[in-house]
Design a protein around this ligand. Structure first.
Ligand code: SF4
Length: 164
């Protein structure tokens, strides 16, 4: 399936309750042939306003860590495990994750990245596609706040750069 068709399905989706509180879907963005896909938890308020993933404080921190490792944000595909804002930024519930997971799976199958980086415990539940390497790290918003997590997060992106 083409990425535009997946986006269309996401934009029209009403499969879970998250749709009701959101202004719009945030399907994700990046090259259709990106070697790396980054997956977070859910879009936040800024993302809901603009339809773009990871543009708030956590996104800026993520961009900094990418740049530090010689990776341009424009060359990676960035998305979340659920595509609509969750109320008060709460963790998506298991049934919401289950409803949304097929879109992420389709995105992975379409983009065919070499590596998918799952950022945060919720994202660790992402569907696995054969032939793709998965890396589990912390969510950038946790890495921003806690030194130990930041160290591990930065190490994981440093390793990622070496694998590309
Ligand atoms: S979060 Fe996912 S499953 Fe739920 S309405 Fe949005 S696109 Fe559909």
């Amino acid at each position: 399936m083409a990425l535009a068709d997946v986006n269309k399905q996401i934009n029209n989706c009403r499969k879970c309750r998250l749709r009701q509180g959101a202004k719009q879907a945030v399907p994700g963005e990046g090259p259709a042939n990106a070697k790396v896909m980054l997956v977070g938890q859910n879009p936040g308020a800024e993302e809901d306003k603009t339809g773009k993933p990871f543009i708030g404080r956590a996104g800026k921190f993520l961009n900094k860590v990418l740049a530090k490792n010689g990776i341009r944000r424009e060359e990676v595909f960035v998305t979340n495990i659920v595509k609509h804002l969750s109320p008060e930024n709460r963790k998506p519930l298991p049934d919401e994750i289950a409803a949304c997971a097929p879109y992420l799976e389709e995105q992975i199958k379409t983009v065919k990245p070499k590596i998918v980086v799952l950022m945060g415990k919720v994202a660790w539940q992402a569907p696995r596609v054969e032939g793709v390497t998965y890396v589990e790290t912390y969510h950038p918003s946790a890495a921003m706040r806690f030194t130990k997590m930041r160290k591990r997060f930065e190490e994981d992106f440093n390793d990622l750069q070496k694998r590309l």
